[in-house]
Design a protein around this ligand. Structure first.
Ligand code: NBP
Length: 479
């Protein structure tokens, strides 16, 4: 018997993907650097389906049908290169090496280029849904060659999450496209979680609503336009009471948010692409500030702010809901705008409607909203230049704007930090302006650095002789 796919790296994600594949009828060859994980998996879940136990990468390769498919699920970074270096010499032209970890897309581009020189396919696959998603059906974002997808796609689609029966797995584009899209997914996830945190803070500090009552509010919100996995689990976490102390669980958890890097990568990449991803950036910085616990403890005695509460808690709750919805829309708009910029930069033909469609189930940012986002990008002739310009979303956000402004103004007055609510509102206000103060920036740049400028009334590039008679000359564009 030979296996249809091999999995090397059997920690939580690899083990669960291997089990998911076996449960879907595929024979899966198993390998892990240390044999214990392989044996534990076989002992606990060996009856999930057909598995082949292997101890070495050579045994793994020998156990596979051709062309071989090997899924690498080891820690992202150097371990992936190390496994590829050991694996590649054992493979034959046409075999497919798959990296299902959270690798940086630039690493994936580099690895794909290197392996294609050996006539091996390298497929960087973004997998979202955490441990449970990997087992029961994740959202899957595969990159690599179209040819490799013809061989691999049916397996991935079979094990993926389904939305109304449709698989949440589509070929994204060549080389690092799958990992890029997964990275932006995670960036949106950071912003999504931060706006939920800001809403929680506002409702508690501004309106005095305790976590247990907020759990009911979030449950209620989950049946409306905000309906999503993250809002659903927010209700669960806020309603949870700590066993040891009887206090709300959120009050016994240290308020320093961790990060594994994909949010930071998104922001670095946005800066490189010149994409205004301010909501996602503020959410990464918010986690960074949360982790500066020592400074924050010192600052409490030194830096003072205004304190108080809102006058009408009932209307404030609805205002916060609308501000959360609008800020969330901006995060999606910014993430999608970044995908558009990356597609141009890297020559990917990213299909935004398909990407939105495969985020509808299985992944962490799954939300009702994504079905509407998918529809907004479905027709080429009505595809919006920015998500916020799609008629349905322009109307929805217009309805939320008055409440959004009230919430941000109230937060500023009460001294409650709302970095993503406010950055998203600033983005919205900047986006809808025909003219921005950037004209002054250009004037300053021309004065101190002769950086030149363009005029609103005529073609060409100009420079003013600031140090002489301030006359204008036509300049050679130095950009
Ligand atoms: P980890 O990221 O914790 O990695 C552990 C695995 O890597 C073990 O199998 C370990 O083997 C292996 N490994 C390491 Br560490 N160094 C190695 C090396 N030099 N050579 C060979 N194997 C090596 O596992 P995970 O949490 O299952 O995540 C796997 C990938 O999936 C990561 O890229 C992660 O970012 C991504 N991901 C995780 C989640 C999640 O919810 N956890 C979600 C989505 C994506 P050993 O057993 O011999 O030490």
């Amino acid at each position: 018997m030979s296996a249809q796919i091999g999995v090397t790296g059997l920690a939580v994600m690899g083990a669960n993907l291997a089990r998911n594949l076996a449960r879907n009828g595929y024979t899966v060859a198993l390998h892990n650097r240390s044999i214990e994980k392989t044996d534990t998996l076989l002992l606990k879940h060996g009856d999930d389906g057909e598995f082949i136990r292997t101890e070495t990468l050579q045994e793994l390769v020998d156990s596979l049908e051709k062309p071989r498919r090997v899924l690498i699920m080891v820690k992202a970074g150097k371990p992936v290169d190390s496994v590829i270096d050991q694996l590649a010499p054992l493979l034959e032209p046409g075999d497919i090496v798959i990296d299902g970890g959270n690798s940086h897309y630039e690493d994936t581009r580099r690895r794909e280029a290197a392996l294609s020189r050996q006539d091996l396919h390298f497929v960087g696959v973004g997998v979202s849904g955490g441990e449970e998603g990997a087992l029961l059906g994740p959202s899957i974002m595969p990159g690599g060659s179209r040819e490799s997808y013809d061989s691999l796609g049916p397996m991935l689609e079979k094990i993926s999450a389904k939305y109304n029966g449709e698989p949440c797995c589509r070929w994204i584009g060549t080389d690092g496209a799958g990992h890029f899209v997964k990275m932006v997914h995670n960036g949106i996830e950071y912003a999504d979680m931060q706006v939920i945190g800001e809403a929680f803070d506002l409702l508690r500090l501004g309106a005095g609503i305790e976590p247990a009552d907020q759990a009911k509010i979030f449950t209620d919100w989950n049946s409306g336009t905000l309906s999503s996995f993250l809002i659903e689990i927010t209700a669960e976490v806020l309603g949870h009471i700590d066993e040891r102390t009887g206090r709300p669980f959120v009050d016994v958890v240290v308020d320093a948010a961790g990060q594994k890097g994909t949010g930071r990568w998104t922001v670095v990449s946005a800066l490189e692409l010149g994409s205004p991803t301010s909501g996602i950036a503020e959410s990464v910085f918010a986690r960074a500030l949360s982790s500066q616990k020592e400074q924050r403890v010192l600052a409490q005695d030194i830096l003072h702010g205004h304190e108080g509460s809102v006058d009408l808690p009932e209307t404030f709750v609805e205002d916060v809901r609308l501000a959360l919805y609008a800020s969330k829309l901006v995060s999606y708009a910014q993430g999608i705008d970044m995908l558009t910029a990356a597609a141009k930069e890297y020559g990917w033909e990213l299909k935004l409607d398909e990407i939105a469609s495969l985020w509808r189930a299985g992944c962490i940012i799954r939300a009702e909203l994504l079905d509407d986002i998918m529809k907004a990008y479905a027709e080429a002739d009505t595809r919006p230049a920015n998500l916020l310009l799609a008629p349905a979303f322009a109307e929805a956000i217009a309805g939320a704007v008055p409440a959004w402004r009230r919430v941000v103004a109230t937060a500023v007055q009460l001294g409650i930090p709302v970095p993503v609510f406010s950055a998203s509102l600033a983005y919205y206000d900047g986006l809808r302006r025909k003219r921005l103060p950037a004209a002054l920036t250009q004037g300053l740049r021309d004065l101190f650095g002769a950086h030149t400028y363009n005029r609103v009334d005529t073609e060409g590039t100009f420079h003013t002789l600031w140090g002489e008679d301030k006359s204008e000359i036509e300049a050679v564009d130095t950009h």
